[in-house]
Design a protein around this ligand. Structure first.
Ligand code: NAG
Ligand code: NAG
Length: 452
């Protein structure tokens, strides 16, 4: 509708303009014909010719513009279907996207965010797919694409049962990966990195999506999982200091979160992963140097992060239900198992999220952290603090950070010097009914990559 109106307006404008020019052109010779001055006549004639040329030039341009407008409108009509069908043909029989993926321009808001599910040889992928389908508000807006590596027949059979509600693409390169002898037992990480690289290339460079939500086959999702990404999508688009939206809180255990604050979100310098969204611009940047293995620790290095942050929730929108295979089973038993999955639906897409953009957030955040009263761990644990409201525990060294984190039950590890969930060195969590900041000095100079 809007395009049609614009088109009409432009056409009206062009025609009135030509009309006007025509009259100017008509009237000029009349003025010139009264005096008999030959020089004046000559000058006028030159003028007229120039004007004539000008009109012709303008006319050509306008014609071109109208032509382009037509082409644009025609493309618009078919972009959802025909162009994609061409692509589908080119893909061959294995990598097919189902019809709702192809007709993605149907969504009126224009925001289409595919969900890319990484699968290999775990038939439990069905648990993840069941939940995605259960909570998905709109199949056109959130096409689900399962990318399968490993060629596992049983898993493929499971996934096939979900077609056409989901699409299946398959990583074609099943060759053995050359792994340095010392890293033989980490072969799985090499395969994962190859799979990620291939599938994200498909999403952005072949299917041409603008952004994607990445999910692994062992994740449970919250009822507002889709709403969370839809509501934060504009932030990712407009704030260049953000590079991802993550559904995961690394310290999201019961006892460390405010269970009443489902709508609370934060910025974090730590890349959390585990259900996350990125856009095409970032992939263009990363794909050029994508690593052969350990991609998640690689992405956390300063050369990749470039001081950009992610959004993370107070209460996780994903939870892993246990990994067999490459990941550490002990880590799951000790930690991941206790992460709380959000239950309350928050209408993020209808809320004002601007407070999460850097200029607004940083000012407010620094004020809140450094105006809070300093307390010791003992005082906090024993509930001896007289006043209400947030408090701060200060750390000065790596050792004091680790010690305090451990006592509080927070994650105490670093990646490229950044503790989990940290923002400007500060870990924000909830403890015995109040917000607590585990924070460095106000004159903090940035993360120290030697902290590990
Ligand atoms: C949204 O929030 C921002 C900053 O928090 C504020 O400046 C802006 O006025 C708000 N917009 C609306 C429409 O309420
Ligand atoms: C205004 C003007 O230049 N008039 C001229 C018109 O033509 C006659 C004869 O050709 C001239 O004598 C006038 O000066």
């Amino acid at each position: 509708m809007r395009i049609k109106r614009t088109y009409c307006l432009i056409a009206t404008f062009i025609f009135s303009w030509i009309f006007l020019l025509y009259f100017t052109f008509q009237n000029r010779p009349n003025l010139a014909s009264t005096p008999n001055d030959s020089i004046a006549n000559q000058v006028l004639e030159v003028d007229i010719r120039k004007l004539e040329d000008g009109i012709q030039e303008e006319f050509k341009k306008n014609k071109e513009m109208v032509h382009n407008l037509h082409r644009f409108m025609d493309n618009k009509k078919v972009a959802g279907v025909e162009i994609e069908i061409e692509k589908e043909k080119a893909l061959g029989s294995d990598n097919k996207l189902s019809p709702h993926v192809l007709m993605r321009n149907k969504d009126p808001s224009g925001i289409v965010i595919p969900v890319l599910v990484f699968a290999c040889n775990r038939i439990t992928v069905s648990r993840c797919l069941d939940q995605l389908l259960q909570y998905r508000p709109d199949p056109d807006q959130f096409p689900i694409i399962v990318s399968q590596d490993c060629n596992d027949e049983q898993t493929r059979t499971v996934i096939n049962k979900y077609i056409p509600q989901v699409s299946l693409i398959q990583q074609p390169d099943q060759s053995e990966i050359e792994v340095p002898p010392k890293e033989k037992k980490f072969r799985g990480y090499f395969k994962i990195a190859r799979h990620y690289g291939w599938a994200l290339n498909e999403i952005f460079f072949n299917f041409n999506f603008k952004s994607v939500i990445i999910v692994e086959d062992d994740l449970d999702i919250a009822p507002d999982f889709f709403e969370y990404f839809l509501g934060t999508y504009p932030l990712l688009e407009k704030d260049p200091t953000l590079w991802c939206i993550s559904a995961w809180n690394d310290n999201g255990k019961v006892g460390l979160i405010d269970e009443k604050q489902s709508e609370t979100l934060y910025r974090t310098d730590f890349f959390p992963g585990l259900g996350w969204m990125l856009n095409k611009a970032l992939w263009q940047e990363l794909s050029a140097k994508w690593p052969r293995s350990y991609w998640d620790d690689w992405i956390r290095q300063p050369e990749q992060r470039k001081e950009r942050a992610c959004i993370r929730p107070e209460i996780s929108r994903t939870r892993t239900f246990g990994k067999i295979g490459v990941s550490n089973g002990l880590f799951y038993e000790k930690h991941l198992k206790y992460i709380k999955l959000n239950e309350k639906f928050v209408p993020f897409s209808k809320m004002n999220m601007s407070y999460l953009t850097r200029e607004v957030y940083d000012k407010q955040f620094i004020n809140a952290v450094y105006q809070s009263a300093v307390v010791s761990y003992q005082e906090l644990r024993e509930g001896k603090i007289a006043h209400d409201g947030p408090v701060r525990i200060v750390y000065y060294t790596k050792e004091s950070f680790k010690r305090t984190a451990k006592m509080l039950g927070l994650m105490d590890d670093f990646r490229s010097g950044v503790p989990r969930t940290a923002y400007r060195g500060v870990i924000t969590f909830f403890y015995k009914g109040r917000t607590v900041y585990l924070a460095p000095n106000l004159n903090w100079k940035g993360y120290d990559i030697k902290w590990s």
